[in-house]
Design a binder for this molecule. Structure first.
Ligand code: ATP
Length: 285
């Protein structure tokens, strides 16, 4: 059965430049794929003329609300085709509503699987279709480190190390990305006066992870952290072990970048039991 791996992502940098006249946000963000959490997306072709869906995880809609149904509809619309009939199955490993792009990654996998089968769209039509589904979907068509501008669709590939000394903490409650974006501008004053994703990229390329930790940025973080104080507690625990902590996307997943892999390993051993007290599982990337 045609199957694709759909990885998660974190944002090492997320600057909101402002709200655009079309009501979307103008972004400057550095996407980094995370294969520690990878969904499996399968598409089986049938002759039912509709899309059926199943998912291994509770809490994910298995009707038209699933972003994968939207992806299939948009693909067939763009291709001017009738839906021949599909069954999509998602084996879910990416935490849901956690700021790791799980739904967007699944949607991109559906587009790629349909394109493999039908070859009905040009690469630019495929990219446009991805953007019409969601701002993170174009990145997942080719999930390699990339700096994204615009709504997230103007992607410039960036050469970054395959492994970074990261610890990732998916938290147990969901955060709505729409909510985080709605409240971002109430906390605009918390954003650093100046910061530079290009400098962050060069610093990561030099593997100066201690310096890179000081250049991480996420403009959605102040609103989300204010609403969920447990995130401050988790941040303090990471900071004690030498990690530079950031919220991924709209959260609540936190990640910490360590100066080197040795410190990361030590922090993992120290912090895993600490977080387990709060029923949270820590992951090494
Ligand atoms: P965003 O890309 O908006 O930052 P996220 O990574 O925080 O998203 P997702 O895991 O994509 O969060 O889920 C967001 C919401 O979308 C969930 O509340 C869920 O109900 C719904 N959803 C629809 N389809 C999917 C899917 N295939 N996987 C996960 N969630 C889905």
């Amino acid at each position: 059965m045609p199957t694709l791996e759909a990885p998660g992502k974190i944002n090492l940098y997320l600057e909101i430049k402002g709200k655009r006249p079309d009501s979307y946000h103008e972004l400057l963000t550095l996407f980094y794929p995370v294969t520690t959490f990878t969904d499996l997306v399968q598409v089986e072709f049938s002759d039912t003329a509709c899309t059926a869906l199943s998912c291994s995880a509770p809490g994910v809609p298995v009707d038209q609300k699933n972003i994968c149904c939207k992806a299939a509809d948009k693909y067939f619309d763009a291709a001017g085709m009738k839906n021949p009939g599909l069954h999509i199955h998602i084996e879910k490993k990416i935490p849901v509503a956690a700021g790791m792009g799980g739904g967007s990654s699944d949607a991109a996998a559906v587009l790629l699987l349909l394109q493999q089968k039908f070859q009905a769209l040009t690469p630019s039509q495929l990219a446009e279709t991805a953007l019409a589904i969601g701002a993170d979907v174009p990145f997942f068509l080719n999930p390699k480190p990339a700096l994204a501008r615009g709504r997230g669709e103007q992607l410039s590939p960036v050469d970054l190390p395959d492994h970074l000394p990261l610890l990732i903490l998916p938290t147990l409650f969901p955060v709505s990305a729409a909510w985080a974006y709605r409240y971002w501008n109430q906390y605009k004053d918390h954003a650093p006066a100046s910061s530079d994703p290009e400098l962050l990229i060069r610093t990561l390329q030099k593997k100066d992870f201690a310096a890179a930790g000081k250049l991480l940025r996420n403009d959605l973080a102040p609103a989300v952290v204010q609403k969920f104080p447990v995130l401050t507690l988790c941040t303090e625990l990471f900071a004690k072990t030498g990690g530079s902590v950031l919220l991924s996307g709209s959260g609540p997943t936190l990640f910490a970048l360590y100066p080197d892999f040795e410190t990361q390993e030590k922090a993992y051993r120290e912090l895993s039991p600490e977080f387990r007290k709060y029923e949270l599982t820590l992951f090494q990337s």
